[in-house]
Write a new protein. Structure first.
Length: 83
């Protein structure tokens, strides 16, 4: 995969969210002040996807590049799908 996806409500009625909608889904679940960005959900998907693309293209300039990956806890690892 070359983009960001989230499977929302995977137990009841699953929905695959991509790029901008996936970003808003994650923002809604983060603590304040990030959660306040859920107001972005009012924007059209086209605008959200463009904003996601802008951040994705510039992520290393915004956050820097790391030499090693952060190890996650078993609890966090259980939330990801394996291939």
């Amino acid at each position: 995969m070359d983009t960001f996806h989230v499977i929302a409500a995977h137990r009841s009625s699953p929905a695959l969210l991509g790029r901008g909608r996936a970003m808003v889904f994650v923002l809604e679940r983060l603590p304040r002040p990030w959660r306040w960005l859920r107001i972005l959900s009012w924007l059209p998907e086209r605008v959200l996807d463009a904003a996601y693309g802008l951040v994705a293209r510039n992520r290393y300039r915004l956050r820097g590049r790391r030499q090693v990956c952060e190890l996650s806890t078993p609890e966090v690892q259980s939330r990801f799908l394996d291939r």
